[in-house]
Ligand binder design. Structure first.
Ligand SMILES: [Zn+2]
Ligand SMILES: [Zn+2]
Ligand SMILES: [Zn+2]
Ligand SMILES: [Zn+2]
Length: 190
């Protein structure tokens, strides 16, 4: 909901830029104020910086902008030091794929979860054929696989399982949610 508000505001802003009309100079300032009220401090700061960049000292709301900048300091700082939210102040959730473990165990792809692979030296037969000087084939036990024709999978070492970084969360164990963070750890008391 809160993010939607921002997207609406941001969309409006984009449309104004794209329309080619001269941008109302005070617009970014009003957005910054609105977003501050919505608790979207990072977005507010972006618009405020945009305003100061565009208007410099000459803007009608230069004074207000400076005050807003001061008001933003504390909440922006709180976001910075908080471990529970991302840089924009949105709360992290535990990744639903890996349950926060950062990696997932899945069937070994190399051996297709068999735990063994065919020996390449003897083509899985366990025997090596050599033609001797009399042009007669001689059979030897393959020394690589000890005549088994199969080898323990080099990837999973026979466990049939492979552990890899979780793709859903790129191995971070967490995902950004749509909720603004209050920077307080969830209480587990009931
Ligand atoms: Zn072999
Ligand atoms: Zn394997
Ligand atoms: Zn994950
Ligand atoms: Zn936080």
């Amino acid at each position: 909901m809160e993010r939607k508000d921002y997207e609406t505001a941001n969309g409006l802003f984009r449309n104004l830029i794209d329309s080619g009309f001269p941008l109302p100079q005070e617009m970014p300032y009003f957005f910054a104020e609105t977003l501050f009220e919505l608790g979207q401090y990072d977005n507010s700061s972006n618009f405020l910086n945009k305003y100061l960049e565009l208007s410099g000292f000459t803007g009608d709301h230069y004074q207000g902008a400076k005050e807003l900048q001061k008001k933003l300091e504390a909440p922006l700082n709180a976001i910075q030091v908080c471990q529970l939210c991302d840089r924009r102040g949105y709360r992290y959730n535990e990744c639903f794929t890996c349950d926060g473990n950062k990696q997932i165990e899945q069937d070994c792809n190399y051996c297709k979860a068999k735990g063994v692979v065919g020996c390449s030296r003897c083509a899985g037969t366990g025997m090596i054929t050599r033609i001797n000087v009399f042009n007669i084939p001689e059979f030897y036990e393959c020394e690589r696989c000890s005549g088994n024709g199969r080898l323990t999978c080099p990837v999973c070492k026979g466990s049939k399982k492979e552990v890899s970084a979780c793709k859903t969360c790129s191995g971070s164990g967490r995902l950004t949610s749509e909720h603004l963070c209050d920077h307080k750890a969830e209480s587990h008391e009931h």
